[in-house]
Design a protein. Structure first.
Lengths: 413, 413
């Protein structure tokens, strides 16, 4: 991608005051554009990051044996009445159509997935069923701040599993928690498995995956010696206490952001729709259902909060909008030619490259490279060409070094 | 994908009566599940087809040099008031939020893309700008029938181009029309470029890409000798007339489905938002804007209508949910072993394969293969294994032949 040719250029002026760090950096870096609070356009660079996060999540869900589907966002009122959500969920957007019908906008999909699966899986032989989607959801938030970390419209992976018995559910629930830790590890995030309330979904304890950040809206108490972690709202302990799990560590308090959750929904949804399966004794049973979310767009915001410094974003390699950011310094013929050639060679080799071919000052170009946060910056100037080289610098290191033009590809891969 | 393991199995009972052929076949074949009229879940096989159509469209838009972005579906009221759409567009879904704000659900994105681009492209030097997205849209239809061909929620590619002058616009408009014909050709569709009304978007003539099918809702008059084609609503000719373009052919009447359109929007949107660019004489100008749609989910429905026979769907190779459909006949050890091996070998070689490993009759399995409509069916039975072979049959041919197991991959690729 040539930066001279994109309409979505970096900008100091388009970002208003206030809101969060991720809002500021993602707006200035031309990753997103805020249409209104909590609702964003994803610009070319932002869309690349979103797709990379999405694909990592998809790979791990596929590895769990879950089937990918895509459910509607526009829902009829009826299933929401059956589960009680129509009246009890205050963030549910409701629409009155000109045909007189009432609709809801999906904020979670239990109301759709339960009848979908249970109308098909009528025999115990068809269980377990595990389905997921990666799709947009809506919440009528009173306040949407924190940039893309809390959206009125947001991108999520939601998986649902259906089991004939608690034992089978528990085994998969454990597998899913492990898959989640793999996802966050690949995304460059350390997520704490945190005991939390089941909220509107379940009376049981649920687990949230919490990333420590002052930009988060949750408060957790965690052990400084083992993996014990609990949300303050349901905690029977307090900061400073001895850890109830290991008995060695002390509990600390921290702000954190929820990037994923897993819920044991029990038999609630089968009962709400009176849909179940016939077991091996020809008896009707309600399945045990689990629900597993990962906030894709929220993860993108959290990554910015975790990986930003005073100069801008520093994306982990796994989700960076490109692998390398070529900066052309000067517009002398030989510089243009060498930088153009480097860009084409890398592209031909399948390397994702940003190419700053604009007529801007070196200072402005380096500042933009730091703001955009691609892992490797390669500067090409008359001076580096005298050595047959480009200047190689990692976003998260101070030192730079010259690398021969012919060695760039090898060094990148 | 093993058919024994998917929850989304073919079904004769889940499809209700009535509606269209694409609804019946896509439902019976477990490609989609209707949540309500005009709103569908895409099941694993349906999602594969949708993604293939989407990727062909994406490749051709990228080739045009357009930048991919993703705009919100939830819109504030204000831009819709500025363009007049809030009161004049009857299919616009409107939402009253609990915060008192009014929102619209996007049914097209001129109201979002115009301020987005024009706030950034303020100098003539930044033009032309070409952006597109592939995203879901909503229409408050009075009646949603015709299966996935007319959705209340539907998947579209919409591109927008911004130009400093009519000549530049005209040149790109022509390029875009050619790209559209390439898209439809790759999708296996013959689309007629049809003069049509600009509708709510433009006072100028627009072009619709129409595919002849009795399942369509449009009526066109086309020349049987040249490429002249006009929508009945704006036609100054009638069926049986001599063709006004070539003077040789006769005009025929046909029902057709619109799969794409291109609009010259003129300066309407720049003026509505009072946003423009500064030209090379330092004068403020409004850009010429074009809008270019392709209905991704509708194309999927049209493909079914065009490529179905009495047995089911027959997908073109470019969009088929898999390249090959392996049918295991019998459950003797050697048959299971050989079919399993064939499936793994093809998968390892990157071939997309469905594998019918269920314990069903040969008749039921062959009927499902015809219903699902993968281009090549490969049956493995004790009889074919006696010849070291599988039975090879194309969906659109009557004859079958034996192919040595070791030659299958070569024959497929």
């Amino acid at each position: 991608m040539r930066l001279s040719q994109t309409f979505a250029k970096t900008s100091k002026t388009l970002a208003g005051e206030g809101d969060s760090l991720n809002y500021q950096l993602l707006t200035r870096g031309a990753f997103v554009d805020q249409l209104m609070a909590g609702v964003y356009t994803y610009l070319p660079l932002g869309l690349r990051v979103l797709r990379k996060i999405e694909n990592i999540v998809r790979e791990e869900m596929d590895r769990l044996g879950a089937e990918e589907i895509l459910m509607p966002m526009l829902h009829p009122k009826e299933p929401w009445v059956k589960t009680g959500g129509w009246d009890s969920i205050d963030v549910l957007f409701k629409i009155k159509s000109r045909t007189g019908n009432d609709y809801a906008l999906g904020q979670s999909e239990e109301e759709v997935v339960s009848p979908l699966v249970l109308s098909r899986a009528q025999s115990y032989k068809q269980y377990p069923v595990k389905v997921y989607q990666i799709h947009w959801k809506f919440r009528d938030e009173l306040r949407a701040k924190s940039g893309i970390m809390r959206g009125r419209e947001f991108y999520m992976k939601d998986m649902y599993s259906f089991h004939t018995n608690q034992e089978d559910f528990d085994a998969f629930y454990k597998e899913a928690k492990e898959a989640y830790l793999r996802v966050f590890d690949r995304l460059g995030l350390v997520a704490k498995v945190t005991e939390a309330s089941g909220g509107a979904f379940s009376e049981k304890v649920s687990y949230e995956f919490e990333v420590l950040t002052d930009a988060g809206e949750d408060v957790i108490y965690y052990c400084d010696d083992c993996d014990f972690c609990v949300e303050d709202e349901i905690a029977k302990v307090k900061p400073g206490d001895e850890c109830p799990r290991c008995g060695k560590g002390k509990l600390k308090e921290a702000k954190s952001a929820e990037v994923g959750n897993v819920f044991d929904l029990g038999q609630k949804y089968g009962k709400a729709f009176d849909l179940g399966f016939v077991d091996d004794k020809d008896q009707k049973q309600y399945p045990i259902v689990g629900c597993y979310g990962i906030g894709i767009s929220r993860v993108m915001g959290v990554l910015v909060e975790k990986y930003a410094d005073e100069k801008g974003i520093a994306w982990p390699e796994s989700v960076a909008p490109a692998q390398v950011h070529i900066v052309r310094l000067g517009n002398q013929d030989e510089v243009v030619e060498a930088a153009d050639k480097l860009y084409s060679e890398l592209r031909d080799a399948g390397v994702e490259a940003l190419y700053d071919d604009r007529d801007e000052s070196a200072g402005a170009k380096f500042a933009d490279a730091d703001l955009i946060g691609v892992p490797v910056r390669l500067a090409v100037s008359r001076r580096t060409l005298e050595e047959g080289s480009a200047e190689w610098k990692r976003r998260n290191e101070e030192e730079s070094s010259l690398v021969k033009l012919g060695d760039v590809l090898k060094k990148l891969t």
